[in-house]
Structures are given as C-alpha cells and as structure tokens.
Design a protein around this ligand. Structure first.
Ligand code: PEP
Ligand code: MN
Length: 373
C-alpha cells in the first residue's frame, strides 16, 4: 500500500509527525518514505510493507497528511502502474526539459568521445537543428580490455563547456562505476553547471545491483537504464526498480535489442515491440536505441537504412526518446563507427522522426475516438 501525501507536506509539521507515529504503531508493517523534491512541489509517498491486507483503506485515507491511497497490485512498487486510479506522475523535469510517457526527444550524439573537435562539430550541428539533448560516451564498457576504454574524466571539462556554448541541456552519459558520479558532479561544477547529465546504465550493468543502488541513492541526476541484453523484461524492470527503491525515480527505460543470433544480420534482435508493454506496466518514459540494436548502416531496397526503419517502428508504437549514434567523422570514430549516422543525415533523421511521431499522435487520437463509440 502506498500513502500519497498532500503535496509540500513539511517533514517537521505536527500532522506529519503524528502520521509517522501512527505508522510506527502498526503491527507487522514497516514503512519506507520517498520524498521527491521538484522545482515547484515536494512529493512524499510512504510505502507500507508487510501485512497490509489487514488495513482498511478508508481508515488509512483519514490519517493526517494523506491525500490518497494506492493499493499495490504490481511487483514494481514504485515505477509500476497500479490499480485504476493510480494517477501518479509518468514524467519528470530535469534542467528545463520534461521527460515523460507523453514527451518525445532525440538524443543524437557520439557513442564515444574521441576529441574536442568531434564534440564541437556534433553539438554545433545539434544547435543548428534546434536540439537540446545529446549522448556523449566518456566511460566505455568494452568487450576487450585492449580496446579504447573512453577518455573518462579527462574529457568531461570540454564536453560540458561545449554543451554550455551550444545550448545543450541534457547529455546521456554512461557510467560504469559509482566514482564516476562524483567526477561528473565536480566537472559540471567547474563549468558553472553549464549543462545537465542523464546517467546511463549500460546493458552489461543492468544487474550490477551495487552500481544501481549507488546511482539510485542520488536524486541530482536522472537515469537512463538499458534493458539487459540477455535477461527477461521482468528482470530488467526490476533492475530499474532498484534505482527507484533507493530514492531516484527519475528513470527512463531504454530498449536496445537482445543478444541472440536470431537477430542476424542485425547486431541484436530488435525488441521495440515492447515499447507499449513498458508503458502499460510502468510509469517510465521509454527510449529506443536503434544504433546498438541494428549495429550496421545497411539499407533496404527502398533506400531507407535499417536504423531509420526500426526508429520508425519504435516511435509509431509510442517511444518517448531515441538514443542514436552520430559521428561527424565516422571513419575516425574509435568506437562503433560503422553504425554511426553522419552529420549531413541529421536533418533527414529529425524530419523522419517528426513525421512518424506526428503519425503516432494521430493514431492515439484515432484510438480515443474509437473507444468513445
Ligand atoms: C552505448 O549506448 O554506448 C552502449 C554501450 O550501449 P549498450 O549498453 O546498450 O550496449
Ligand atoms: Mn556504442
């Protein structure tokens, strides 16, 4: 059971303290408090864990500060969608950008940062096309220990400085160790917080529970978590729930294809049919990563790249974000050059995604009209 408190309930008010006192007296029931400090409101939810079937919903709703009660019917306690009437938020704001199950953003950028020159060319092009989000890989998890591992901490100052220069508000950046959070925080501070970072959990770390817990313990940065490439959807959603259970519910879930040779000749088996499933089961915005799913620049007989086709498939099904590899000089890219789109394809890519998004919105209007019949 979740007690949703009246917005902006102060944690030192008499009513709040009385509520906690009452909860402490409930036999066999523990509670866990989640407080989310937003720009305008502070939301508090209290999760009751234990034998909650004994509790009478109407009585609990009468407790001080309680605005409403949500009965938990799903295993994903925080990020899941529960009974009808669970109208808890499906969006969050970060650095002036809204991420939700209604919004749509493209994160085009470098798989791996190789030079200041590449970062600048990428960000300049993004600004010219009205984009405020990007991806920039600094810490790269690689199959071979001898492969380029990313420039790490050393490249952060120029990435953040250039992001400020070109009006980039949110950079998706994978981290592979909790110490990277401090490195990112320190580098951002040095640039006067010129931009924002969405921490990315890579598919190889989806079940690195200790990393998830440390990312979840901070609420400063939102998180994009990739689906694990060899585990079930349920296991991956539970991984996202680790982040939220530690206190950070600003979580975006990203599909990136599954590792199986059934997907050949694509690098991974594209799983974007799960976009609507995730939106039904959870309150997370859903991202698709066509670059790591498809992994090649192969095109079909219609002249359209497979990457563009799968992006369209994800957006037409309601995807809220597209994380996609671009590179100004793909032949010089140190990681994943062959799958990168080129800067002269950026406008075409954005036009194509806008077209499909518009069609998706028309489909939702059609569905609403049909359900009113
Ligand atoms: C990435 O986005 O750069 C990446 C390594 O993706 P994944 O974790 O999905 O392989
Ligand atoms: Mn990559």
């Amino acid at each position: 059971m979740i007690l949703v408190l009246t917005p902006n309930t102060p944690a030192d008010s008499v009513e709040y303290l009385a509520l906690i006192e009452r909860l402490n007296q409930l036999p066999d029931i523990k509670h866990r408090i989640h407080r989310e400090v937003g720009t305008e409101v502070t939301l508090t939810e209290i999760y009751l864990i234990g034998n909650t079937r004994m509790l009478v919903q109407e009585t609990m709703a009468q407790l001080p500060c309680v605005e409403k009660i949500v009965r938990i019917s799903e295993p994903y306690r925080i990020l899941g969608r529960h009974q009808q009437g669970d109208d808890r938020a499906t969006s969050f704001d970060y650095n002036g950008v809204r991420f939700g199950q209604e919004s749509f953003h493209v994160f085009a950028g470098l798989c791996a940062v190789d030079s200041r020159e590449s970062v600048e060319a990428m960000m300049k092009a993004l600004q010219e096309h009205g984009q405020v989000c990007t991806r920039m890989g600094a810490y790269k998890p690689r199959t071979s220990p001898y492969a380029f591992q990313g420039h790490g901490q050393q490249c952060l100052p120029y990435i953040f400085e250039l992001a400020g220069k070109y009006g980039i508000k949110v950079i998706a950046m994978e981290i592979t160790h909790e110490s990277h959070i401090d490195e990112i925080r320190a580098a951002l501070k040095e640039t006067g917080n010129a931009t924002g970072v969405m921490l990315q959990v890579g598919t190889r770390n989806t079940q690195n529970f200790e990393l998830l817990k440390s990312i979840g313990r901070q609420q400063e940065f939102p998180v994009l978590i990739k689906r694990g490439f060899g585990i079930t959807l349920d296991e991956s959603i539970n991984a996202a729930e680790y982040l939220a259970s530690e206190g950070n519910r600003k979580v975006v879930f990203c599909l990136r294809g599954m590792k199986t040779n059934m997907g050949d000749p694509h690098r991974n088996f594209v799983d974007f049919a799960h976009v609507p499933v995730l939106k039904r089961l959870t309150r997370m915005p859903v991202c698709i990563d066509p670059s790591h799913s498809v992994g090649t620049r192969a095109a079909s007989a219609d002249g359209i790249l497979d990457i563009f086709h799968v992006v369209a498939q994800g957006i037409i099904a309601g995807a809220n974000m597209v994380l996609v590899d671009f590179h100004p000089f793909p032949e010089r890219a140190l990681v994943d050059g062959p799958q990168a789109l080129r800067l002269n394809e950026l406008k075409y890519f954005l036009d194509d995604t806008a077209l499909v998004r518009e069609t998706y919105l028309k489909r939702t209007a059609l569905a609403a009209a049909a359900s009113a019949l």
